[in-house]
Design a protein around this ligand. Sequence first.
Ligand SMILES: *Cc1c(COP(=O)(O)O)cnc(C)c1O
Length: 498
Amino acid sequence: MSHLFDHHGAPGKGYAQPKPLLDGSELSLPDNLARKSLPRWPRLSEPEMVRHYTWLSKRNFGIDTGFYPLGSCTMKHNPRVNEVIAQLPGIADIHPHQPEHQIQGLLSIYYEMQEMLSVCAGMDAVTLQPVAGAQGEFTAIRCFQEYFRHRGEHQRTKVIVPDSAHGTNPASAAMAGFEIIEIPSKVDGRIDLDALRAVVGDDTAAMMITNPNTLGLFEHDIAEASELVHGVGGLMYYDGANFNAILGRTSPGLMGFDAVHYNLHKTFSQPHGGGGPGSGPIGVKQHLAPFLPTPIVSRREAIESEQEQAVDEFWYTWHEPEHTIGKVQQWHGNAGAIIRCWAYYRRYGKELRTMSEHAVLNANYLRHAIHREAKAAGVDHMFVDGAETVVAKHEFTLSLAPAKESLGISAMDVAKGLLDMGYMAPTVYFPLVVPECMMIEPTETESKDTLDTFAEDFAKVLQVDAETLHNAPITTPVRRVDEVYAARNLCLRHPFDE
Ligand SMILES: *Cc1c(COP(=O)(O)O)cnc(C)c1O
C-alpha cells in the first residue's frame, strides 16, 4: 500500500458530479481564473479512498490504540457520549454568524461552561475563547498588562517563572513583552521561597507556576509564594495543565492565584495531540474580569417576547467586558471542543473529584510497580526517582542518568525501546531540571492490569542491550527520526514529480 498521492493520474475516477459542472458550460468563471490543465488530484474509487484512510490510521498511535503515558499531556480516554452530543445537528450545524435568538441553546451551554469552570478553579469570570493552554497563558498575561496600564503601574516589566516551568510560560510572557526572571528550584524540586524573595519587587508583574509542578510535586509553599508576590503588588498566574491532579480537592483560587488557564483537552477530555484542536479558556478573579477578551456570554431573565426561544426563562447574550483586550481568536473559540468538555463535566459533576483521586492513585501505583518490577529483574540501578517524595501527584519523573553513565543508555533510547513494546513513549527531557528525564502520567482511565503490564515491560526494556536500544524502534512505520532536522526543515507538501 502507498499513500493516495502516488495514484494521481491513474485512469478512471471515483466521483460522480452533476453534468453541467463537468463540461464547464454552465460555470461563469472569468477566463483568467479557470484552470488551463487538469489538477494533479489522485483519482480513486470509493473503496480505494477508504483503504487509504484506514491504512493511514493504522500507521498512527493514539489513546485508542494503546497506553499513552505522556507526562504533562494528560492523555485520557475520551468518552464517546461527548462525540454524540457535539454532533447533534442543533449544535454541529450552527454558523457562528447566526443571531443570538437562534442560538440560545448553544449560548446557554457556553454560559454554563463559564460558570462551571469558574467554580472548580475558585475564579469569578471565564472566557472560552483561547484555543490552547499556551494561548490562554498569553491571553491572561495580556489581561495582566492592561490591568497594570489602567493602574498606571508601567514599571511592572518582569515575570517570574521557576526553572521547572513548561516552556510556554516564559514564551507567552515574552510574547507580551515582559522580561523573564527564572528562579531555581530547591533540591527537592519545589519552589524556593528565598530565591523568590530575592527577586520580587516594584517591577514584578506576575509569577507563573503550575501546581502540582512539572515534577508531579505539590507545592506546599504556594500560599506563601502568593503572599510574597501580592505583597509587592504583583499577580499570580496558575498554569492549569496539571489540574487533573487536584480538581475537586482544592483550587487555584484557594491558593491565591489571580488567573488560571484550563487545558480542556487535558483535564476535561477531548481528543488532542498532533496540534489540536484544543481549548484553553482562562478564569480570572473579579479585578481582572473587565479585561477579558470579547465577547463572553452573560444572561438575564427573558422578557415576554423572548419567552418562546428562552432556555429555562433565561436570555443569553454576547457581552463585551468594559476594558477588553480585544479578541484572541476568530469566532467564539473551538466550539466543538468546548461542547465535548461541557458534556464530560455535566456527566460527572462533583464526581470529578474521584477522577483526580484516581489519577493520583494510578500515578503512585505505577511508580511503585516500576520500581518493584525493575528490582525483580535486577535493573533497578539504572534509574532513580526524578524527585524525592513519598507521594507524587498525577505524574512522576524518573532519571535515567545512571543508565547513561554506566551503559550509555539514554532516556531517549528507553523511550524508543518502549515504542517497540507497543506503547507511546513517556515525555522525555522535560522538565529540564531532571537529567535524562522521563515523565510518566498514566491518568485515571487505565486499569491496574495495564499499569502492571507496562511496569513489567518497562523492566524488560531496561534489560535490552545498549546496541539494540540505540537502534530502536524497529517495529514502527518510521524509525528514529532526526527531530531537530524535522522541526527546522518543515516539509508539509507532497513532492509531485513535474
Ligand atoms: C500542555 C501544557 C501547557 C500548554 O498547553 P497547550 O494546550 O499544549 O498549549 C502548559 N503548561 C504545561 C505544564 C503543560 O503540560
